[in-house]
Design a protein around this ligand. Structure first.
Ligand code: MIC
Ligand code: SF4
Length: 656
């Protein structure tokens, strides 16, 4: 039952309903929320539709860090909308350039023992200070801002016991890559990873945050470290010692499962294209020629990462064939490396310095050349995500990145260090960070806030209205996809598409754009000419990756009412339900093969069966076969689906 673990204690304290038994539905109170611009515009449009006067959380922050290109009015319109909404509703606003949401949140807002719900899948980064931080769709976050609890299935709490000590040149990134190697991108579904053991005593807060950040790639609900003296020293250096509480697991805490990693046995690792779990020791891919190297993202761009990377570059040059960039995770981290003279090392080495934002991670402004190799300190390397479809992206620690940038090819940093006489350093935490809050705008007092007018430029489109779930569904199979489909496949990012996040009519034109460019016209035909539902057939782990609800909202807009898959990723599963799309699973996974594109489908007695908790029969009218499907829906999710989505569900509730 995992009593006495850190995660259990926080959940118990925030429990609104349900029993703490793995798999059962629970609801927890949310203390803080976080949004970023790419998901935030939609989240706030939905929040506005809920008709609440001011956010009801202890603290909510709106970050602008994703869509930073300002080549026309679209992103600036979004930014201005977000700034006015923050003012109107009592939300902190972190301006563009202030840093990546997760990095800044750890530095300035995250609190041990509290809960955080963020409209971004890497929200668990704040678990590095002992906070229960969960990623969700924007609509769930909007609901939390309106005072609703967050519903989830009680996860299993897995203890990750770290023993031994990290050898030189082996880092926090290698710990999480090792877990990904062992457990794969779906190994964490329905689980919380809680780190404990002697090994954690060596890890600073930013290093812990690297690990909890990339727990998202395991598909985990969240990851968490205890809050100990290391956390206290960090918060003190951030001028926030009063936010600290001690939060340790009890002596006799029992995890649902324990995984052990002996740090002394680890070596530098690297995730090869095109999945974060495609992990091998760096020495196995040594010699691969490199075109581009980037240090940054919410995973590895803290002061600690930048300092180590910068020290390695001292007195050295980037290889002539390599373009190297660094994107500090926050203005604070940038200020600090400027203060300490480390920034100069990057400049003297011939680096390109990018602004503190997501940038290259989602193909915004720094893509690899055609067929190129890019080595990055990031967390995701899905095909095409970098902006270049045939690029090969490798993920590793900043140390591996810098070593490869110097050598011009992938190289184990230990080998380069030996060759070039580079020393491994332990980074000292500063006693006081430059807080760097100049670009954070605190909320206005309530009376003043009420007078604020919300700015809506032409890029802000109104929300579409969706209807209730019909009693039965007539439909057509309009797409069949394989295993591990990511939200990047469903709703791609990139410089042309991201600016459309606040305009569902425009962005819907890009659904499954790179997988099947015909999908959108086919779906519209089924929706408009035939007047029936679109049905998608998927494989295992459907919808892994980001929290972007546009991957559910846009398909819903195109008329998708049902996705039948072998299994689903957690956040996407919840997003489908939030927008009234029914996620069904095959009882017998082999039935996946019983569908072809264009098959006509009938799902009778839908509502009765959902209400009665009975299996759902999907009739393939073309082949005349009946396929049994199950679903994993909590009572609340059934009721949300019946209402046609969460927004209608909340509005119905408000009417009562
Ligand atoms: C990502 O890393 O894919 C993103 C962009 O941060 C997303 C959110 C989004 O799609 O806007 C995430 O991981 O949730
Ligand atoms: Fe930004 Fe990339 Fe982190 Fe997503 S994973 S929040 S895009 S840096």
């Amino acid at each position: 039952m995992a009593k006495g673990t850190v995660a259990y204690k926080i959940i118990e304290k925030h429990l609104v309903s349900g029993r703490l038994i793995p798999g059962e539905e629970i609801a927890i109170k949310i203390d803080q929320t976080l949004t970023q611009d790419a998901t935030g515009t939609m989240a706030y449009l939905q929040f506005e539709a809920m008709g609440v006067d001011r956010v009801k959380t202890e603290l909510s922050v709106s970050y602008i860090d994703h869509n930073m290109l300002q080549t026309d009015y679209k992103n600036p319109d979004d930014h201005k909308y977000l700034m006015s909404v923050a003012k109107r509703y009592g939300v902190y606003l972190s301006k563009p350039g202030n840093g990546i949401c997760h990095q800044v949140h750890v530095e300035r807002f995250a609190k041990p023992g509290k809960t955080l719900l963020g409209s971004d899948s890497h929200t668990p980064t704040s678990g590095g200070v002992g906070m229960l931080a969960i990623g969700a769709g924007g609509l769930d976050v909007a609901a939390a801002m309106a005072g609703e609890p967050f519903y989830l299935k009680m996860p299993r709490i897995v203890g990750v016991k770290l023993t031994g000590t990290l050898p030189p040149w082996v880092t926090a990134k290698d710990i999480i890559l090792e877990l990904l190697r062992r457990l794969t991108v779906k190994g964490g579904v329905g689980k919380i990873f809680e780190y404990f053991g002697e090994g954690i005593k060596e890890l600073s807060v930013p290093e812990r945050a690297t690990i909890t950040n990339m727990g998202a790639e395991l598909g985990a609900t969240t990851s968490i470290f205890p809050s100990d003296e290391i956390t206290r020293a960090y918060l003190k250096a951030q001028g926030r010692e009063e936010d600290w509480i001690e939060l340790l697991p009890d002596e006799n805490a029992e995890y649902d499962e324990v995984i052990e990693i002996n740090l002394s046995e680890l070596e530098p690792l690297i995730a090869c294209p095109h999945s974060p779990d495609n992990v091998v020791p760096v020495r196995e891919v040594e010699g691969v020629k490199v075109d581009q190297v980037v240090i940054g993202s919410c995973t590895n761009s803290s002061f600690v990462d930048l300092t180590r990377a910068g020290k390695m570059l001292e007195g050295r040059r980037i290889h002539p064939d390599v373009i190297f960039a660094v994107a500090p995770g926050s203005k604070q981290a940038l200020e600090l490396i400027a203060q300490e003279g480390i920034l100069l090392n990057f400049l003297k080495a011939g680096a390109r310095v990018l602004e503190s934002a997501c940038g290259p991670c989602i193909g915004m402004g720094y893509a690899p050349p055609s067929g190129g190799v890019s080595v990055r300190s990031f967390n995701r390397n899905f095909e095409g995500r970098s902006g270049t479809k045939d690029a090969k992206v490798y993920l590793a620690s900043p140390e591996v990145c810098v070593a490869s940038a110097i050598a011009g090819e992938i190289i184990d940093p230990r080998r380069l260090a030996e060759r070039e006489g580079i020393k491994w350093i332990k980074v000292q935490m500063p006693e006081r960070f430059p807080y760097g809050d100049e670009a954070i705008i605190p909320p206005l007092p309530e009376e003043e806030a009420k007078k604020v007018e919300i700015y809506r430029g032409p890029n802000i489109a109104p929300l579409p209205e969706f209807d209730e779930l019909p009693t039965e569904i007539q439909g057509e199979v309009s797409l069949i996809v394989g295993d591990n489909i990511t939200t990047d496949h469903i709703m791609p990012a990139g410089a042309n598409i991201l600016p459309l996040r606040s305009n569902i009519y425009a962005i819907s034109e890009y659904v499954y754009h790179y997988v099947d460019p015909e999908f959108v016209s086919r779906a519209k035909k089924i929706r408009d000419e035939k007047g029936i539902a679109n049905i998608i057939i998927g494989g295992e782990n459907y919808g892994q990756g980001s929290s972007r609800e546009h991957a559910a909202l846009a398909p819903r807009f195109l008329g998708v009412r049902v996705v039948i898959a072998k299994s689903f990723a957690r956040i996407h599963h919840a997003n489908l339900i939030n927008f009234g799309i029914l996620p069904l699973e095959f009882v017998d996974k082999r039935d996946y093969a019983k569908f072809s594109l264009g098959d006509e489908v009938h799902i009778p007695e839908l509502i009765d069966r959902l209400k009665g908790g009975k299996e759902i029969l999907v009739i393939n009218k073309t082949t005349k076969e009946e396929i049994a499907c199950k679903y994993s829906l909590t009572p609340k999710q059934v009721s949300v689906l019946l209402s046609g989505g969460l927004l209608r569900w909340i509005k119905n509730k408000q009417k009562v």
